[in-house]
Design a protein. Structure first.
Lengths: 53, 341
């Protein structure tokens, strides 16, 4: 089965919109994540948290 | 026979998903109305924090069951409902991140951003799932090849929208009741009052929905053909009434369980009324996607039944363990010490 044979009957605009949305949302969340990673890495380790109950 | 067993598993997976994730979607929707200050907000987030992702496992399960047991229904559902399901997916992505990110930076703008994601990401899934299921109950415009003749606005018909409003209200009451079981003091009182107030709206919409279901769908006719199934709508109605009765007595856990019975009863009534259809067609009954014309091979269904019977107890076991582990009340003091959101 070729990719062209397996395509669902949905509009190109729908797939295009969701593809762009995936790029934007993941880029944004990725950027926020890296910001937090750097922030907490610079801060260094905290004192050990209270022992779990 | 295996098709029927898998149809039941499919319905139960959705019902359990709505019962569990319903409370955190509802509580997320009520977030700005219940939480008056930062402490309240953190209590709300911590009341859902350890549970929401486990609850969403049941959404994956329901989707997975559709994919594995009824691949044709999966393909048609995800193509036909592409836009609403994409909206659902993005709402759930942003909501999931909101839980983890909101406490990671000490800034009001930061917290407001993620709180907004939490509220929108809770309200939108409740609404979309309600609209989607009401439309499935009523039938989707599917042709014999399974192509969907419509768009997002086709789904926003009066019955579909009423289903959306019903889900939002049912989940909101369910979420407010959940909070009453998880905390104490003024916040608990406020959540209890919210639940009883919203219960009136919930009941009004539920009655209209059940009546419209008679005219817009074939659910009642199908259920009446097998009168033993009437127990399902009766469980739903009893759950709705008992929710209010237990709430008036301040028996919050019982009220939450009654609300759970409402959700299970309603969803299983809908699913039983659909049988053998998974996705009835509104264009031509012969084009409906059923448990029989959409099923995988009997061997696949048989092997997977074995897999489910082995692993479902494990999933239920670890989820019960999580709920027991985090059974202590969430209060202004408890969120100060130890790991918390």
């Amino acid at each position: 089965m070729k990719t062209t044979d397996a395509v669902s009957p949905i509009a190109v605009s729908q797939v295009g919109t969701s593809l762009v949305a995936f790029f934007l949302v993941y880029a944004l969340l990725g950027a926020v994540d890296f910001y937090l990673l750097f922030k907490f890495a610079r801060k260094g380790p905290e004192a050990a948290p209270a022992a779990a109950k | 026979m295996f098709e029927t067993i898998w149809f039941v598993i499919w319905g139960v997976a959705w019902a359990v998903y709505f019962m569990l994730d319903g409370f955190d979607l509802g509580l997320g929707t009520l977030f700005p109305f219940l939480a008056k200050n930062e402490t309240d907000k953190r209590i709300l987030v911590n009341a859902m924090g350890p549970f929401w992702d486990g609850n969403e496992v049941w959404l994956i399960t329901a989707g997975g069951v559709t994919f594995a047991a009824f691949p044709r229904a999966y393909a048609i559902m995800f193509s036909g409902l592409y836009t609403p399901l994409m909206l659902l997916l993005f709402a759930l992505i942003l909501r999931g991140v909101a839980f983890e990110f909101r406490g990671k930076e000490d800034s009001q703008a930061w917290r407001t951003t993620w709180d907004t994601c939490l509220v929108v990401g809770s309200f939108l899934p409740a609404l979309l799932l309600g609209v989607a299921f009401a439309n499935i109950f009523a039938g989707l415009p599917l042709d014999a090849a399974g192509a969907f003749h419509g768009n997002l606005f086709t789904l926003l018909n009066p019955y579909g929208l009423l289903g959306g409003v019903l889900f939002v209200l049912v989940f909101a009451v369910h979420g407010a009741l959940w909070l009453t079981t998880r905390t104490e003091g003024e916040l608990q009182t406020r959540a209890g009052r919210m639940a009883t107030t919203l219960w009136l709206a919930e009941t009004a919409v539920a009655v209209v929905f059940l009546v419209m279901t008679w005219f817009s769908t074939r659910l009642w006719q199908n259920v009446l053909a097998k009168p033993v199934l009437l127990v399902l709508p009766l469980v739903a109605v009893a759950g709705l009434l008992l929710t209010r009765i237990f709430a008036a007595r301040g028996a919050w856990w019982l009220a939450w369980f009654a609300s759970s019975a409402l959700i299970l009863g309603t969803v299983l009534f809908g699913v039983a009324g659909l049988f053998p259809n998974l996705l009835p067609s509104s264009l031509d009954p012969a084009a409906s996607v059923t448990a029989f014309n959409a099923a995988s091979s009997p061997l696949t269904l048989k092997i997977m039944l074995g897999v489910v019977l082995c692993f479902l107890p494990v999933v239920i076991g670890y989820q019960v363990w999580v709920y027991l582990k985090f059974r202590d009340l969430v209060t202004a003091e408890s969120i100060q010490k130890g790991p918390a959101y």
